[in-house]
Design a protein around this ligand. Structure first.
Ligand code: BES
Ligand code: MN
Ligand code: MN
Length: 457
């Protein structure tokens, strides 16, 4: 069997793949919403059945305290390396629904893009690999190397059960390399391999000023307003130069190597275009760092949501009893969510006035990840990507987080290769999420080559 037969098969079935992917995307597997729990499970079943259909063996759901993991394997190439392919079948909520041009779970093609929740993050990218596996199986009856497929259903809610899961199933996950397609290309026409992800520490902060909302005329002036206290506290988290003021926050931040900064400079990046596309009047970030560095290799502090008092139409003279903020920090090597959580709490204790009762709740977190990229698996991926996209990949860091990647690295002691085909403007987590069909097709071909290149060693 020749590789060209596999590639011919992929080219021949190109349009058919889109129809199949639409079925996958029709399942609203929103992991964050309890009312979708049955859909999430249905999606896990769909994933399992599809893996069986394309020739993977031992396909099954493995239960966790949350949503199940889908596992399947093909281990018929003794002596060849084993890939652990990771992805997620869960998706983000779709609100605000009214901003979608077509319904989020009725995948629709417009101008060469497939619009649906999960199209890019991550079902579409997972499906790329399923199609590459299927093409090898159909044309050769086998895969060039061994593959364990591991698709989880809780990535979008922080992969909380996965650390324990990986630890407990270590012996079944023994592999040589982790392969993931859940990141982006640096830009349209610029395929990339991602060698670092940021971590995450997420919190909810609750403040209470009084037992009940108060008439602001009768009581205004006599008590602290928790909305104002919250604003004052949040305003003390960052200074004007974009530096985070939590004491000790930067202690574990690894400095960027001069060579790395020089590499970033070479990436094809147009700051003006970037700003315009975001619709931002002016960019803002930590002094002394470029936009690329700020958005991928430096830590952040952000307010994700604020809630207090009267926000309806018209005016209401009230002092709210409660104020709430969701805040999160993106972390870089060698920060950990635990230590950053401790530092954040200690700082809150120091600056919070006695006028409010308050509580901080630690929500999900994830460790940052970084890897050397001079190993043979990354070289294999670079060759495969060049074949799939006609262009050698650049190496970049991503600002997003995939919590399990550092767990794989620590628990299994193997390298990971992240080759994603999402584009920065594909609206992941937002209305009108989409996937470029040209990149999807290139991704299927690159994945098909990848298994072969990895087998070559
Ligand atoms: N696929 C993304 C992570 C990602 C985004 C990688 C951009 C590279 C570039 C993933 O599905 C995601 O959204 N992760 C969450 C993790 C969180 C819920 C713990 C994130 O980054 O917010
Ligand atoms: Mn994802
Ligand atoms: Mn996501």
């Amino acid at each position: 069997m020749s590789t060209s037969a596999v590639i011919d098969f992929i080219n021949l079935n190109r349009d058919h793949y889109i129809e199949e992917l639409k079925t996958y995307l029709a399942i609203p597997s929103i992991s964050a919403l309890p009312e979708h729990a049955a859909d999430v499970r249905r999606c896990a079943e769909w994933t399992k059945n599809e893996l069986e259909r394309i020739g993977m063996q031992n396909a099954r759901l493995i239960e966790t305290p949350g949503h199940p993991v889908v596992y399947a394997e093909w281990l018929g190439a003794p002596g060849a390396p084993t890939i652990l392919f990771y992805g997620h079948y869960d998706v983000q909520p779709v609100d605000p629904l009214e901003l979608w041009t077509s319904p989020p779970f009725e995948a629709t093609v417009r101008d060469g893009e497939l619009y649906a929740r999960g199209a890019a993050d991550d079902k579409g990218q997972v499906f790329m690999h399923f199609k590459a596996i299927e093409a090898h199986m159909k044309q050769a009856g086998r895969l060039p190397c061994n593959i364990r497929v591991f698709i989880e259903g809780e990535e979008e809610v922080g992969s909380t059960h996965l650390e324990t899961f990986v630890r407990e199933h270590k012996s079944e996950l023994v592999s040589d390399v982790v392969v993931i397609s859940d990141s982006g290309m640096f830009d349209r026409g610029v395929p990339s391999i991602c060698y670092s992800l940021r971590g995450l520490a997420y919190f909810q902060l609750d403040l209470r000023g009084t037992t009940s909302d108060l008439h602001s005329g009768s009581f205004g002036g006599a008590v602290a307003n928790p909305a104002i206290v919250l604003a004052q506290v949040l305003a003390q988290m960052k200074d004007r130069s974009g530096r985070i003021k939590i004491p000790g926050f930067y202690d574990d931040v690894r400095d960027l190597k001069p060579e790395e900064r020089a590499q970033f400079q070479k990436l094809p990046f147009n700051e003006k275009k970037y700003r315009k596309e975001l619709g931002a009047p002016k960019l803002f970030g930590e002094t002394g760092y470029t936009t690329i560095e700020r958005a991928s290799a430096r830590p952040t502090f952000d307010v994700n949501g604020l809630l207090a008092g009267f926000t309806g139409e018209g005016a209401k003279t009230v002092i709210p009893a409660l104020a709430m903020a969701k805040v999160s920090m993106r972390l870089v090597p060698d920060q950990t969510p635990e230590k950053v959580g401790d530092l954040f709490e200690a700082y809150l204790k120091k600056i919070m006035p006695k006028t409010v009762e308050w509580k901080v709740t630690r929500m999900h977190g994830g460790k940052p990840w970084i890897t050397e990229f001079d190993n043979r698996f990354v070289q294999a991926a670079a060759r495969a990507i060049e074949k799939g996209f006609g262009k050698a990949p650049v190496f970049n860091r991503e600002g997003g987080s995939i919590p399990v990647v550092s767990t794989f690295q620590e628990e299994l002691g193997i390298p990971a290769v992240l080759f994603g085909v999402g584009l920065p403007d594909e609206n992941a987590h937002a209305p009108n999420e989409k996937l470029d069909l040209g990149n999807f097709h290139g991704g299927v071909i690159a994945a098909a080559y990848l298994y072969e290149e990895i087998a070559k060693g």
